[in-house]
Write a protein that binds this ligand. Structure first.
Ligand SMILES: Cc1ncc(COP(=O)(O)O)c(C=O)c1O
Length: 391
């Protein structure tokens, strides 16, 4: 069966150039980069190159790059590392109600440890109000952690003035840029970020690779201890193949950013206009400020999970929410906090296009989806079982 992948926000396939870069580090170049001898120096040099490439992609210096195992670890380390380090002087954290669970759940855990957390509300488009942020920040605020591009709605955070608000009280600023990096320009200096997370497998790099940018001079309490790696900020023998692969992915993402963005936007917009022809469809997120590859739509009166299963049977892979909650068949916290009604929540689907998506695939998807929705409508009407209207 022909298979169509429209779930690039969940993960991306490895770029062939990335695989090529990684191969020697599985075989001949196996040294531990912490070793002083030739084998170690060889892999240490590869780490240096990856650090340069990762730093260049986001406008950071090499000593500001910490290699991690992915976006989750980077976010966990940013939140817990800063909070625990500053606990005695600053015990307040500000975040949003639409964060990825690697930030959100970490905040919930920190609350249990005695921290105060403000979860900023968002509009129907998924945007925070700067006024709310200004009201929330105070002299005890250790960290403001914001999702730069939302993994479910695709909404890009309006970062204007956020840095100034943070600076006024000396709060540090962290961005979860996992869904932004590689899709839109991301520069830590322009953002005024003190910390920023991104992940290798979302940018055609390997799974199990990630970066936490930590601005020079900012200290955090590490999670892993027992080694000197990453200047004691992230102990443990480096995953050299993954890091070299991610470095290459960063280089390619930077080179192809413009072209990639245009390619995705063209296909996403084609998908959007096709889907909008299906009666009652609602597009979620901020249409003016959205990452170019993401489309979140609600089909009120239908179950998104049913639609996703039927699309899968037709060979089309989409998601009902964030990847981590797939299969759990529960309402999305992110969409709920954006104010969607129960019918809109239950009927939501996320489509995310990428490098290998074609126009033909988009047209086929629209055709199949229209057929599935229309079949559900007529069965529901006949048997009177589409009872979601009451919700
Ligand atoms: C916005 C966001 N943050 C963090 C993560 C976690 O990244 P990883 O899968 O590399 O742990 C994801 C993954 O979906 C994400 O979309």
């Amino acid at each position: 069966m022909r298979r169509i992948y429209l779930d690039y926000n969940s993960t991306t396939p490895l770029h062939p150039g990335v695989l090529e870069e990684m191969m020697p580090f599985f075989t001949t170049k196996f040294g531990n980069p912490s070793s002083l001898h030739f084998f170690g120096r060889e892999t240490a040099a590869a780490l240096d190159l990856a650090r340069c490439r990762a730093g260049k992609l986001i406008g950071a210096d090499v000593d500001e790059i910490i290699f991690t195992s992915g976006g989750t670890e980077s976010n966990n380390l940013a939140l817990a590392g800063i909070a625990r380090r500053l606990k005695t002087t600053r015990n307040h954290i500000i975040t949003t109600s639409v964060e990825h669970s690697s930030v959100y759940d970490q905040c919930v855990r920190l609350e249990r440890e005695g921290f105060k957390v403000t979860y900023l509300p968002v509009t129907r488009q998924g945007e925070i109000s700067l006024n709310d942020l200004e009201q929330a920040v105070n002299e005890r605020t250790a960290l403001i952690s914001l999702i730069l591009a939302n993994n479910e709605s695709g909404t890009i955070m309006n970062t204007n003035a956020v840095r100034e608000i943070a600076r006024e009280t000396g709060a540090l600023l962290h961005y979860d840029a996992v869904q932004a990096v590689g899709k839109i320009p991301v520069n830590v200096i322009e953002l005024g970020a003190d910390l920023l997370s991104f992940s290798g497998h979302k940018i055609y790099g390997p799974k199990g690779s990630g970066v936490l940018f930590l601005r020079r001079g900012v200290a955090l309490q590490s999670t892993f201890i027992g080694g000197e790696q990453e200047n004691t900020r992230r102990s443990g023998t480096h995953n050299v193949p993954a890091i070299t692969g991610m470095g290459k992915a960063c280089e390619l993402a930077e080179e192809e950013l413009d072209e990639y963005g245009k390619h995705c936007a063209r296909l996403r917009d084609r998908l959007q206009s096709g889907i909008l022809k299906i009666p009652d469809t609602i597009i979620n997120g901020c249409l003016d400020r959205r990452i170019p590859n993401t489309l979140n739509a609600s089909f009120p009166g239908h179950y998104g999970s049913n639609l996703a299963v039927k699309l899968d049977l037709a060979g089309i892979a989409v998601s009902t929410g964030s990847a981590c909650s797939t299969g759990r068949n529960e309402e999305s916290r992110v969409l709920k906090n954006m104010g969607l009604s129960s019918r809109e929540l239950l009927g939501a689907l996320r489509f995310s296009v990428g490098r290998h998506t074609t126009e033909k695939e988009i047209d086929y998807t629209v055709k199949k989806l229209a057929e599935i929705v229309s079949a559900e409508n007529s069965i529901g009407k006949k048997l009177n079982i589409v009872n979601l209207d009451k919700l």
